[in-house]
Design a protein around this ligand. Structure first.
Ligand code: NAP
Length: 294
């Protein structure tokens, strides 16, 4: 297949491009700067433009765009950028998919879609929750509508916490644990819906290839663990004790209530759509994933 990838320079995008190419697919990349290689094409999401040639003969579009949601206090301007950098590019790509009659759009979204769901088991039938990230995720998914209306197969990837040594949550957490500062957050009871980067890339390829998968899909491993268990296993892998805890109130005070959502909200999420469609995980247990990615 010929696959056009937006957000290909990011952690998930780089892994997807490698995965697709390793399995015989052709990849084109959309970039916001001047193209540097033959497989790159220019686009400008705020202006709503895509180099025409980028779309010729494309079988599927994958959208992994978005400004970083890194820890720290989230100002109003930063939150607006988080929204604009996701919703605008998605609308532009969905319109292009509709206009050019492209068969498939695989679009990033987040497990934060569900809001804080406590210990309840969450599959794709659960409705959107409350909070900044839940509302952003719902709008992000809604931005694919033009493609769906035109008859394209749209897959909405509700990605959990992707585990990799090269980026994402572990890039922040690993040095803390290595310095002996590994701590559970709050009471540590909140569920962490993790997935290994290799499984995430494989699941995205599966979403591109398998016509049976459409609509929302939780990209999380089948066995989420609590935050306390996650920190304990990470400490054990890195051979460091993790006796500390950070009170929730202190985190809210320092970071603000929106920025703590991705770390304090609980998602006991399951990959029902993926499993029902026949996807098999390589790393079903956290210990396996940590031993591979660290
Ligand atoms: N990593 C995770 O654990 C995780 C979990 C859930 C959801 N997600 C979502 O999945 C997507 C990809 O994640 P990632 O970890 O690969 O992120 P990343 O490493 O930060 O990469 C983000 C990509 O988005 C592009 N981008 C940034 N701002 C943009 C804008 N204003 N317009 C268009 N493109 C823009 C960047 O391209 P340039 O090179 O042009 O800047 C880059 O290729 C993000 O939307 C993220 O929120 C990630």
């Amino acid at each position: 297949m010929l696959v056009l990838v937006a957000g290909s320079s990011g952690l998930l995008g780089r892994a997807l491009v490698a995965e697709l190419r390793a399995h015989g697919h052709q990849v084109r990349k959309l970039v916001r700067r001047d193209p540097a290689t033959g497989d790159e094409h220019r686009w400008n999401p705020p202006a709503g433009t895509i180099d025409d040639a980028a779309l010729d003969g494309v079988d599927a579009v994958v959208n992994l765009c978005g400004s970083p949601m890194t820890p720290g206090r989230w100002s109003h301007a930063r939150k607006q950028e988080m929204k604009d950098s996701r919703i605008e590019p998605t609308e532009v790509l969905a319109e292009a998919v509709a206009e050019r009659g492209i068969g498939t759009l695989v679009n990033a979204s987040g497990i934060d879609y569900y809001g804080d769901t406590g210990s309840a088991v969450v599959d794709e039938s659960v409705r959107a929750g409350n909070g900044f990230l839940a509302e952003l995720s719902a709008q992000w998914e809604q931005a694919t509508q033009a493609a769906e209306d035109a008859g394209a197969r749209v897959v909405r990837l509700r990605t959990g916490v992707v585990l990799s040594d090269r980026g994402g949550m572990l890039r922040f957490l690993k040095p803390l644990v290595q310095f002996g500062l590994g701590a559970k957050l709050g009471d540590g009871h909140q569920f962490v819906p993790w997935i290994s980067l290799p499984d995430h890339a494989a699941a995205m390829r599966f979403a591109v290839e398998q016509a049976v998968l459409r609509g929302p899909a939780n990209l999380v491993a089948p066995n989420p663990v609590t935050n306390a268990e996650f920190i304990r296993r990470l400490g054990s892998r890195l051979k460091r004790p993790t006796p500390w805890f950070v009170p929730k109130a202190a985190m809210r005070l320092v970071l603000g209530s929106d920025a703590v959502e991705p770390i304090l909200n609980s998602h006991n999420a399951r990959p029902k759509a993926l499993v029902d469609a026949g996807f098999t995980f390589r790393h079903e247990r956290l210990e396996q994933a940590l031993s591979v990615v660290l």
